[in-house]
Design a protein around this ligand. Structure first.
Ligand code: HSE
Length: 411
């Protein structure tokens, strides 16, 4: 028998409104929104003002509300709300990737101590059911890698600029379509993709990371030269959240990648996201779906609400085997590095260079480089530098230290 859920909803933006609509259309659920708390008074909304309250205690102090659905975009305010909800014995559903990336272990521990559920399927790739799959289907330690397009806004921008639109127009459209964060820096500089990668790493490999551990570089400064290089080689540029496990290490970062035409995410366009799971026995599996937008995100929230009716909780089964694993940036990748200024390229120490191109207008190098070389700079602030990962498996940094170049490939 399913449990009756009395929901207190925080936030009535793009996703909150979407949830209200999909919940009303879904008659399968024994669930009802009892109160909605929002921050701003007198804002134009699709429901009458009388539906809203402005004090979080209307939900948090209501003993009849057993489920808090947190869909606000302020991660710090969400942190306070979620902790208080647990204190009051309420289960929580959230879509707030920043909150989760920054505070997951603490929130897991509080929820566990009170035997409450904390579910957040909508926080990663919206409609793609990746977290529950990582928890339930891939519930062993056979995973070797996880990578994907985890941000709808940047995929929309990259798709549209590939078709000739300019960056600013494409970003504006992504904002109007409800894909972008209120602060789109989080999208275009790869922070949003990083928060999602952290959550994926937790559920794929069992290890915890903090946002400072993981390098994120976005798509703010992709130039026409970079796009042209990609077109010439028949690549698509995609912002990829990438993690690989090798022996006792997990490597992970967010950066633009040049994607070949036979790669599963090559044709994933606009707000669609994709996740590739690599496992020892299944090889590669691809999940694709809408990664941003009101109803796709609300559908994942709805699925969590539905799971709560049966008291579902994530079990974090991989935490035990993860005790032997640690996060590392000690690896090498093959990249394309471009700049108008040839001198800038010379400051990077490549292990091996494949191609060196120089002209009065633009210069680039392709070759193998230690990832630590790239950590020297905040690429999101370097207007005249662009790098993208080329389609080659990563190598252990040991590879370039050996005299016999024994292949140490992974990814
Ligand atoms: N801004 C996010 C994106 C929303 O563009 O993917 C969904 O998390």
């Amino acid at each position: 028998m399913s449990k009756k859920l009395n929901i207190g909803l925080f936030g009535f933006g793009c996703v909150g409104e979407g949830l209200y609509e999909v919940l009303n259309k879904s008659n399968l659920l024994n669930a009802e929104i009892k109160s909605i708390v929002v921050k701003t008074k007198n804002k134009k909304r699709t429901l009458d003002e009388s539906y809203f309250s402005y004090d979080s205690n209307v939900i948090l102090e209501d003993p009849e509300i057993n489920t808090v659905v947190e869909l606000i975009d302020d991660a710090e305010a969400a942190y306070i709300i979620v902790k208080k909800a647990f204190e009051k014995g309420k289960n929580v559903v959230s879509a707030n990737k920043k909150l989760i990336a920054e505070h997951l272990d603490e929130l897991i521990s509080i929820a566990k101590g009170k035997n409450l559920s904390f579910l957040y399927e909508a926080s990663v790739c919206a409609s793609i059911p990746i977290i529950r799959n990582l928890e339930e289907y891939y519930n062993n330690d056979s995973l070797s890698g996880i990578q994907g397009i985890c941000n709808g806004t940047t995929n929309y921008i990259l798709t549209q600029t590939n078709y000739g639109k300019d960056y600013k127009t494409a970003l504006k459209e992504a904002q109007n379509l409800g894909y972008a964060e209120s602060d789109p820096t989080l999208d275009v500089d790869g922070f949003d993709s990083k928060y999602k990668l952290q959550i994926l790493i937790k559920h794929a490999f069992g290890i915890s990371t903090s946002p400072e551990d993981i390098f994120n570089y976005g798509v703010r400064y992709v130039t026409k030269e970079n796009v042209n290089y990609a077109l010439e080689k028949n690549y698509h540029i995609k912002l990829i959240s990438h993690a690989v496990k090798l022996a006792d290490k997990v490597f992970g970062f967010v950066a633009p990648h040049f994607i070949k035409a036979d790669h599963p995410v090559y044709a994933v366009e606009n707000e669609f996201n994709a996740v590739i799971v690599e496992a020892l026995f299944t090889d590669r599996q691809l999940f694709v779906g809408k990664g941003a937008g009101s109803h796709p995100t609300a559908s994942a929230v709805l699925s969590d609400i539905s799971a709560l009716q049966y008291n579902y909780q994530y079990e974090y089964k991989k935490a035990e085997s993860a005790k032997e694993l640690y996060f590392s940036n000690d690896f090498a990748i093959k990249i394309y590095l471009g700049s108008k200024n040839e001198i800038k390229l010379k400051t990077f120490d490549f292990h091996e260079k494949d191609e060196i191109f120089q002209s009065r207008e633009y210069n680039y190098i392709t070759g193998w480089i230690s990832f630590s070389e790239l950590l020297k700079l905040d690429f999101n602030k370097e207007e005249d530098l662009f790098f993208a990962v080329l389609p080659e498996p990563f190598k252990s940094s040991e590879y370039f230290k050996r005299s016999e170049k024994e292949e140490l490939l992974f990814a």
